[in-house]
Design a protein around this ligand. Sequence first.
Ligand SMILES: C[S@@+](CC[C@H](N)C(=O)[O-])C[C@H]1O[C@@H](n2cnc3c(N)ncnc32)[C@H](O)[C@@H]1O
Length: 293
Amino acid sequence: MICTLEKTVEKTIINGHLLICADVFEGLSLIPDDSVDLVFVDPPYNIGKIFHNTHDKWKNDDDYLNWCYKWIDICIKKIKKNGSMYIMTSTQFMPYFDIYIRNKLSILSRIVWAYDSSGVQAKKYFGSMYEPILFCVKDEKNYCFNSDAILVEAKTGAKRKLIDYRKPIPTPYNTEKVPGNVWDFARVRYRMEEYENHPTQKPTALLERIIKASSNEGDTILDPFSGSFTTSFVANELGRKSIGIDISDEYYKIGLRRVLGIKEHNGESTEREPKIYEIKNTSEQMSLFERAK
Ligand SMILES: C[S@@+](CC[C@H](N)C(=O)[O-])C[C@H]1O[C@@H](n2cnc3c(N)ncnc32)[C@H](O)[C@@H]1O
C-alpha cells in the first residue's frame, strides 16, 4: 500500500472497550485466538480514497487481494467456534472475497446495503448505489441470530392490513418480519448528528442491525479497520464489549472521544471540529474551510 507511516502501537482499554492504534497485523497479534463473538470488517476498498495517513490504492489487484487474504485468515482465527463475521469491500472485489471465504466459513447471506446518493452521478454507465456485505458463520448449525431484535415492518400486514384467506381460518398477515438481504440505510451526511471527520464512516443504524442480530449483551466484537470507531461506539450503546483497530492516530482520537469519552490525548483536544454552520464568525468559517481543502 502506498504511504503507510511507520508507527508504534498505542492502546487504551476502559470498561471492556480496547482501542488500538496500529497496523492491522500488529493490532490483531494482540488478540487471543477464539476470543471474539463477532467480527465486522470494513477494510480499505482499493478504490483510491485518501484516509488520514494511508492511500487506499495498491499497485495491482493481486497485491490488494493477497494483503486482504492474510488478515481475513487471521480474523477467522480470532472468532469463537459459534461466532460470526460480516465483511465488506467494493463491488469489484467482493466476488474474490466470496470465493476465498466460502472455503473457510459458511456464507449465510450476501447483503446489499443500498442507498441514495446525489454525489454519484455517472452519465455513461449505471452509477454504484450499493455496497456488498457477506454474513458468514463458523458453524452453520450453531450460531447467534437474534431475529426478534431486528424485526422491521411488514407492509402487507402493517400498512395494507390484508387478511390471508388461504388459511383454514382467515388470518391477518404479520405486521413485522426479519429483514431480507437488501438493506436501506442512509449514508452518513455532514449535517447528521453522528457525522465524524472520516471519508467512509458507516451509519450507526447499519451496525445496530448487525450487532443486535449476531451478538448478545456482554459479547466481544472486533473491528480491525475501525475508522471513526462506529462499531465500538454502537457496541458500547448496546452493552457489548469491543476491540477496534485503526492505523490512523487522527481516527484513534475520534474513537477515544466517541467510545471512551476521553477529551484530551497527548496534549491535544479530541473534540470534533465544529461544523461550518455551527460557527457564527465568518473568518473562523473561512479558516475551517481552508483546513478542510
Ligand atoms: C473503510 S474505512 C473504515 C470505516 C469505519 N467502518 C467507520 O465506520 O468509520 C477503513 C479504515 O482502515 C484504516 N486502515 C487502512 N490501512 C490500515 C492498516 N494497514 N491497518 C489498520 N487500519 C488501516 C483507515 O485508516 C480507515 O480508517
